[in-house]
Write a protein that binds this ligand. Structure first.
Ligand SMILES: *Cc1c(COP(=O)(O)O)cnc(C)c1O
Length: 362
């Protein structure tokens, strides 16, 4: 029997949020009655302009998309004040993380991450046989000084998600900028800004690329733009780093509807502003509700809240039976916690009602 590469044997399988249809099948529930607050999607839906743009290109789907992604990369470059050659498209920003592995990681290399970092970083390190150096968190967030200290001659990549997933913490603009400037030139410093829109004071660090050729900033259309199903994200970097990532990219990784929707979504600032406002109010509602129930939560700068419920796995399982999907956190070594995405007002109320019923069983 042919065996896969040996280092894959101990590789954990990433556990995504449970899909609605799967939970419906398994528990014999009606899919329409299930609420998914498990993957930090936009509960208010995609930009209507992006939906129209996708509809408009459906009849051209017998053709390959523009392999260079010209229009979308131009639009992204304009938004960030960069050149098109500094923009790399990904099939979700998760794919950009994989490009980093292809371009910069190998056996013997080190990746520095924080405790409670996004799980995909470590997964990619291990796929490319790099080792992971994890620094302890500070109040569930990044300890940037400790991360800086952990850099060695073998370090190739360092990741900071700001705001962070799964904890929702954010570091200040001045702290982050000082940190980026302090990272030595032999290390690629990656700032993952998947949730940047939700924290208006979070800096757009792409401004620093001009002085830091070893900086890579990642963005996604999956969260504030509400296009998680489409799979679209991008990386911003110096010409040199962007060129290295382009080399390992499949030419059609950003598909035709995705490129069209991306351009429209970038222009639809009203949709993003509406989303951000609604998320802030839903987040405040949930955080207050947790406080009233004496449940500890980490103050969040994103569209989800990490809350300490006791036995996270059991609460997750029991919530499923009430038709509410959240995310258990034992994979992040936070077994007492669940992560819940901010939903619509009615979804948030349904979740709290189910949570109250579940907590009463303990
Ligand atoms: C959701 C998320 C992403 C984006 O994932 P996509 O592949 O673009 O859907 C990236 N980083 C973090 C930390 C995230 O939570």
């Amino acid at each position: 029997m042919i065996s896969p590469n040996a280092h894959l044997a101990s590789l954990p399988v990433y556990e995504p949020g449970r899909p609605i249809e799967e939970v419906a099948r398994e528990l014999g529930l009606d899919a329409d009655a299930i609420i998914k607050l498990a993957s930090n999607e936009n509960a208010f839906g995609p930009s209507p302009k992006a939906v129209k743009a996708m509809r408009d290109v459906l009849k051209q789907n017998h053709l390959y998309p523009d392999g260079s992604g010209y229009e979308l990369r131009q639009a992204i470059a304009r938004k960030h004040g960069l050149k098109m050659e500094q923009v790399v498209l990904g099939n979700g920003s998760n794919e950009i993380i994989e490009f980093i592995g292809h371009a910069y990681l190998g056996f013997g290399d080190e990746m520095v991450i924080s405790q409670y970092a996004f799980a995909i970083y470590e997964l990619v390190a291990r796929i490319f046989q790099a080792s992971v150096v994890e620094t302890p968190a500070r109040e569930y967030g990044h300890d940037l000084a400790a991360m800086r200290q952990a850099i060695t001659a073998k370090t190739r990549v360092i990741f900071v998600a700001n705001p962070n997933n799964p904890t929702g913490t954010c570091v200040s603009a001045s702290e982050l900028e000082a940190f980026i400037r302090s990272v030595p030139d032999h290390v690629l410093v990656v700032i993952d800004e998947a949730y940047q829109e939700f924290q208006p004071s979070a800096p757009d660090t792409s401004r620093l690329i001009v002085e830091k050729p070893n900086l890579l900033v990642m963005h996604t259309f999956s969260k504030a733009q509400g296009l998680a199903g489409l799979r679209l994200g991008y990386g911003l970097a110096s010409m040199e780093v962007a060129a290295a990532l382009q080399k390992v990219r499949q030419p059609f990784n950003a598909n035709l509807p995705a490129q069209a929707a991306g351009v429209a979504a970038l222009e639809d600032e009203a949709h993003i502003a509406r989303t951000v406002k609604r998320v802030a109010s839903g987040r405040a509602f949930l955080q207050k509700a947790f406080a009233r129930r004496k449940l500890r939560c980490v103050p969040s700068s994103a569209n989800f809240v990490l809350v300490q419920v006791g036995n996270g796995r059991e609460v997750f399982e029991k919530l499923l039976r009430h038709g509410v999907i959240v995310r258990p956190m034992q994979g992040y070594k936070l077994p007492e916690w669940i992560r819940v995405t901010v939903g619509t007002p009615s979804q948030n109320r349904c979740f709290l009602k189910a949570l109250d019923a579940v907590m009463a069983t303990f």
